[in-house]
Design a protein around this ligand. Structure first.
Ligand SMILES: Nc1ncnc2c1ncn2[C@@H]1O[C@H](COP(=O)(O)OP(=O)(O)O)[C@@H](O)[C@H]1O
Ligand SMILES: [Mg+2]
Length: 254
């Protein structure tokens, strides 16, 4: 049984090499590392909120831990996200991370992983580029992805109305595909699952995620999602998540 599961996990190794371009610029006392997906360089200023404000191209704000900006360029929409720390540390250090080498930076890791998942045919946003601003022993980070049009988070959908059992099953199947590929999602919750209509399900937000061999982490992933859903349900007036929904999701996942 375990041998069989391992075979499923060999997929990432066979994936085609990822093409990430890298520019190095100096920005004041900092050094900017700008990465882009593919052959085109991303404009370094594209990671600055003011750049899109001044151009009048800001079309929205996405809710999350940090302030994510939605901008429109040549008829397409993108999400620019700044890496922010949560919890207690975030109160006195909102966005600085300790530099432990370029390969260990969150934006570069998330860019590469999102590209890899996309190359494997998994439903994720197209990753455009990332930036790391290094300043002494610290860095700050930003990421740009193409916005998934006409989607809402599972959390938003549940605030509006019930989500059909069929959709819950689709969510279960979607998570299973990621698990079979070996993706451990560090923050699998109702805000990181996007729905388009009742059929299409995407996962987003691969910060701190990684590929792993099969193990109990998959159950821990599901347990985390369950906690997120019950917490949201407790805060809502109408209950829209209970045994039936979860059973549907789990049955499809299995
Ligand atoms: N590519 C995308 N397409 C559509 N919406 C997105 C996309 N990326 C992020 N969002 C929205 O922005 C929110 C925050 O982004 P996320 O990547 O989850 O960052 P974080 O949770 O760290 O703030 C998401 O919950 C989602 O609503
Ligand atoms: Mg998120």
């Amino acid at each position: 049984m375990s041998v069989l599961r391992r075979r499923v996990h060999t997929a990432p190794l066979e994936a085609p090499p990822l093409k990430v371009r890298r520019q190095v610029l100096s920005a004041g006392g900092a050094r900017a590392l700008v990465y882009s997906n593919g052959d085109a360089d991303v404009e370094p200023n594209a990671f600055e909120h003011w750049y899109w404000r001044e151009a009048g191209k800001v079309v929205g704000q996405a809710k999350g831990r940090g302030a994510a900006l939605v901008f429109e360029e040549e008829g397409r929409r993108y999400v620019l996200r700044h890496y922010r720390r949560g919890g207690l540390i975030g109160k006195f250090n909102p966005d600085r991370y300790l530099w432990r080498g370029e390969a260990a930076t969150r934006p570069l890791r998330e860019l590469r992983l999102t590209m890899q998942l996309a190359a494997a045919g998994l439903p994720v946003p197209f990753a455009i580029g990332a930036r790391v601003l290094r300043w002494g022993p610290f860095y700050r980070g930003d990421l740009i992805t193409a916005m998934l049009a006409d989607t809402r988070t599972l959390a938003q959908r549940l605030d509006e109305a019930e989500v059909s059992l069929r959709t819950w099953a689709q969510i279960g199947r979607c998570i299973r595909r990621f698990h079979d590929y070996g993706l451990y999602h560090a923050d699998l919750n109702a805000h990181n699952i996007l729905l388009r209509g009742d059929e299409e399900v995407y996962l987003i937000d691969f910060d701190r995620c990684r590929l792993r061999d099969p193990g109990l982490w998959r159950d821990a992933n599901l347990a985390r999602l369950y906690r997120s859903l019950t917490k949201l349900d407790d805060a809502r007036e109408q209950r829209r998540f209970d045994g039936a929904q979860w059973q549907c999701l789990i049955a499809a996942w299995q």
